[in-house]
Design a binder for this molecule. Structure first.
Ligand code: NAP
Length: 485
């Protein structure tokens, strides 16, 4: 196992363009911080708009040859990347913990999940099918052919520094597209290491570039304005996603949007309460609550409300250890930065000021680092902001309901629609509620739903497009109809 210092010294810190590390034009850099201490880990290259166009030149130059590379060969390169990530899993895990803060077991889970997109799409590369049929009118033949959309731009968030990239890179490369990735400025190192590893695994130069930047709007604008770019795939906040859709409208650029969530976790009277508490611990505390899939609000039938609340508090008390992510005992690391710490604290304070009761946690410890404890709020009034806004932290607000209709209506009372969780032992009710929930994904008696073999994505203001599953590769393919006699 390498030390933190050795690891940081070995990770590329320049831009990755055309299959090699290069300095940013003007040689600018920006710092990357450790959320557990607030200290600077290292500095990385700060891309300029000119660098963005250099990356696009490289992507365009590589596009035709990559699309013409046999699907089996593309798949084998993806498989080799999967093997290499897996072989270096501990390095990736430590790197993510250092730059993002999450506890090491969480980082290890992300490495497994993130790598899996290369394995899954290495298999999907060979399964891109079209169609051939005789026109029902008898006037000719119809051939439907799938082609790669062309050079893509991926913009990714900081909460899953590896997986939010691989969920896009895997299918894009499998489909025969080239890609430029703009990772979050808080967590650029993981993506730079991945790009280096892709080159080592045989990915041709220019197929994947990485632009690290502290001014994301300015650096991505020339790409969105350039007719050679054919697709934007974004994961991040709904606010930024809306801006990017607006910017993309000018060229009618094809877009996929994986945006914010406000997941309801609904527990019915007939639920196995212990299983629901176990599921709640995962749905709330996975990734420290900094997940778009995190349960944001708990709607619990009044007959089991106090039992569920007490057991959730006990589970947090007995199993959560707040501390630096790299410490072996830690199960809950710090939040990403000071701003996020303030946002979470403000949401809790607002709920408490309006009448919510703190059952555990509720107060950030003194620094250094941006820590917030696992927190449960009961008696949360409907006007509390925490029920409407994405918390992105380890805070569980709990509210009661009486009838199935009320539970479902409360769950759907949000502009977001990414994922919902439901706990019940009644199969009819489970299906009825799953069908009635306005979200792209539903977990039934499960607190974690993400799976590379399943289509991940939202409805309403949580975005559009799907990542993973057999659907994921479609985002990077265009359909061509060839009419034959
Ligand atoms: P964010 O602020 O929207 O940033 C996401 C990415 O967009 C970052 O790379 C950011 O760069 C970049 N960006 C910001 N403003 C931009 C602009 N004007 N033009 C181009 N790029 C811009 O989101 P975040 O705080 O990193 O991530 C948290 C959010 O992501 C949450 O809302 C969460 O729910 C969502 N998320 C959704 C999914 C999903 O699959 N639906 C998965 C994970 C996270 P900088 O880092 O330089 O600001």
């Amino acid at each position: 196992m390498v030390s933190e210092r050795e690891l940081l010294e070995s990770v590329p810190t320049q831009l990755w363009i055309g299959g090699r590390p290069v300095d940013a034009t003007g040689a600018g850099t920006f710092p990357v911080h450790n959320p557990a201490t607030g200290e600077v880990l290292t500095h990385v290259a700060d891309a300029t708009p000119e660098d963005a166009l250099r990356a696009l030149d490289a992507a365009v130059a590589a596009q035709d040859a990559w699309a013409a590379t046999p699907a089996r060969e593309r798949g084998e390169i993806l498989r080799a990347v999967f093997e290499r990530i897996t072989a270096r899993a501990e390095e990736f895990a430590l790197l993510m913990t250092l730059e993002m803060g999450k506890a090491l077991p969480e980082s290890r889970n992300e490495v497994r999940y993130g790598a899996e997109f290369f394995r899954w799409f290495s298999e999907e590369a060979a399964r891109v099918h079209g169609r051939y049929l005789h026109a029902p009118s008898g006037t000719g033949r119809i051939m439907v052919h799938k082609q790669p959309v062309g050079p893509c731009l991926a913009i990714t968030p900081w909460n899953f520094p590896l997986a939010m990239g691989t969920r896009k890179i895997g299918p894009a490369l499998a489909a025969g597209c080239t890609m430029i990735v703009k990772p979050a400025s808080a967590t650029p190192l993981t993506m730079l290491l991945l790009a280096q590893l892709c080159s080592e695994a045989g990915l041709p130069d220019g197929v994947l570039s990485v632009l690290t930047s502290s001014h994301s709007g300015a650096v991505t604008q020339p790409l969105l304005d350039d007719s050679r770019l054919r697709k934007l795939t974004f994961t991040g906040s709904t606010e930024v996603g809306k801006k990017l859709v607006e910017k993309s409208a000018n060229r009618l650029l094809r877009t996929s949007m994986e945006l914010g969530g406000n997941a309801p976790f609904v527990v019915f009277a007939d639920a196995d309460v212990d299983a629901a508490v176990q599921g709640a611990m995962l749905a709330k505390l996975r990734n420290g609550g900094e997940a778009c899939t995190a349960a944001n609000r708990f709607h619990v039938h009044n007959s089991v409300l106090e039992e569920f609340t007490t057991k959730l508090v006990e589970a947090m008390e007995s199993s959560v250890r707040l501390g630096p992510g790299a410490d072996p005992d830690t199960t809950l690391g710090p939040l990403i930065n000071e701003e996020q710490l303030r946002t979470v604290g403000d949401l809790v304070d607002d709920a408490v000021a309006k009448g919510a009761r703190v059952r555990i946690g509720g107060k950030a410890p003194d620094g250094p680092g941006w820590f917030y404890p696992a927190t449960v709020l009961s008696d949360v009034p409907p006007q509390a902001r925490i029920l409407r806004e994405e918390v992105f932290g380890p805070v569980a607000p709990i509210v009661g309901f009486d009838t199935e209709e009320q539970g479902l209506a409360a769950a759907n009372d949000t502009e977001f629609g990414l994922v919902s969780y439901v706990y019940t032992r009644d199969l009819d009710r489970a299906l009825r509620i799953a069908e009635g929930l306005e979200s792209g994904m539903v977990g039934v008696n499960r607190g974690v739903i993400s799976d590379p073999a399943a289509p991940f994505g939202g409805v309403k203001e949580s975005g559009f497009g799907r990542e993973g599953g057999t659907e994921g590769i479609e985002e990077y393919l265009s359909t061509k109809y060839i009419a034959l006699t």
